[in-house]
Write a protein that binds this ligand. Structure first.
Ligand code: NAD
Ligand code: WQD
Length: 343
């Protein structure tokens, strides 16, 4: 029997892809999710890919008692903590909800780890902790700027909570992964991103426009100081991203961490503009996309892409998928949703 990993938020977008990779690497997975932003149907997709149904418990990580009972029942070797509220705009409207959910969930897990002898936790952080970079690509030593949203602040505070706890002598290790812009879906199209309501993020908006659910994509600004005037991001394939979690778990639980807390950027190292990404979509889907340029979206970063050398050299992880294959996977997923009548 492989090592047992608790995956919080495991029915969510990045969590579900990571569960697949963990199972395929021989780990036993227990998912907890409160289904606030996902559906238990995802478990069917995971099972169709791996042939093995992960254990699932519908639980809220912010519920300390329920989490204690869960830890008592299972002998976890490690944790990957995805569960969080993640909508930047909503966090401005409901800051206390964001602080409660994202901070209390992590604190509960950290308190339980020494009690039940759980050795390591991988934490989902974000390039949002960097704010607007002074220079690109940006590496892990860059200054952390004041957060631009309550959501971003929860990621900064979560990182600090982990650092403080480990430095207090807690017998745990942590790997903090700062994701850039995760996109795409599993190549099987059995799992993918399932935004509830109108998508806030670019790629689901593009694919929903392509398939006719949305009339037109609004491109937020073409007057930025970039070659084509649109914003630049580092779009990272979600399966590549998921694989970095398996490598991180192997490393931590295998006693190979060089520091009790290690931080890695997860990106491709290449910046792509919004307009360039639209072109890639048009190529792989074979159809023009209906879009128009509108004014800038408040709070957007002009340009950011990762310096991924540390993840490449220390973790031995590298983004492999091309942007064409990644956009094709997002498109295939969108078409599958239509076939199934989900959207
Ligand atoms: P997601 O919303 O698809 O997945 C998060 C899952 O956590 C959802 O299934 C939700 O139901 C669950 N959840 C939320 N609060 C919970 C709680 N208290 N208890 C149990 N389950 C809870 O989001 P995602 O895109 O897969 O993101 C995963 C993680 O990665 C999050 O921590 C997010 O902040 C972080 N992240 C995401 C991105 C991105 O662009 N998707 C970028 C950087 C970082
Ligand atoms: C990308 C680009 C938009 C939608 C967010 C969070 C960040 C991280 C990743 C969690 C921007 C443009 C978008 C649209 C557009 N998440 N755009 N029309 O803002 O880079 O990052 O997700 O940690 O914290 O802030 O991602 O996909 O929303 O936008 O023109 O309808 O696409 O202006 O330039 P973003 P995004």
């Amino acid at each position: 029997m492989g090592k047992k990993i608790l995956v919080t938020g495991g029915t969510g977008y990045i969590g579900s892809h990571t569960v697949v990779e963990l199972q395929q690497a021989g780990y036993e997975v227990v998912i907890v999710d409160n289904l606030s932003n996902s559906s238990a149907d995802v478990l069917e997709g995971i099972t169709r890919i791996t042939g093995k149904r992960p254990i699932f418990d519908k639980l809220d990580c912010a519920d300390a008692e329920a989490m204690n009972a869960l830890f008592k029942k299972h002998n976890f070797d490690g944790i990957i903590h995805f569960a969080a509220s993640k909508a930047v705009g909503e966090s401005v409207q409901k800051p206390l909800m964001y602080y409660r959910n994202n901070l209390v969930s992590l604190i509960n897990l950290l308190e339980l780890m020494p009690k039940y002898n759980v050795k390591g936790i991988v934490f989902s952080s974000s390039c949002t902790v960097y704010g607007e970079p002074d220079a690109n690509p940006i590496d892990e030593n860059a200054l952390i700027k004041p957060a631009e949203s309550p959501y971003g602040n929860t990621k900064q505070i979560n990182e600090e909570i982990i650092q403080d706890f480990v430095h207090s002598g807690a017998p745990i290790k942590s790997i903090i992964l700062r994701y850039f812009n995760p996109i795409g879906a599993h190549p099987s199209a059995e799992i993918g991103e399932l935004p509830i309501g109108v998508p806030q993020n670019l790629v689901p908006y593009i694919t929903q426009t392509g398939i006719g659910i949305r009339k037109q994509l609004s491109v937020f600004g073409d007057d930025y100081n970039t070659p084509d005037g649109s914003c630049i991001r580092d779009f990272i394939n979600v399966v590549d991203l998921a694989k970095a979690h398996v490598i991180s778990i192997d490393r931590m639980l295998g006693g190979k961490s060089e520091q009790p807390v290690e931080i890695f950027n997860l990106g491709t190292g290449t910046g792509l503009s919004v307009l360039e990404l639209i072109k890639v979509f048009e190529e792989v889907s074979g159809k023009p996309l209906n879009y128009k340029i509108v004014s800038r979206r408040e709070g957007d970063i002009e340009q950011i892409w990762a310096q991924p050398d540390r993840a490449n050299n220390v973790l031995g992880w590298k983004a492999k998928e091309t942007i064409e294959d990644t956009m094709a996977s997002a498109w295939k997923w969108q078409q599958r949703l239509k076939e199934k009548g989900v959207m």
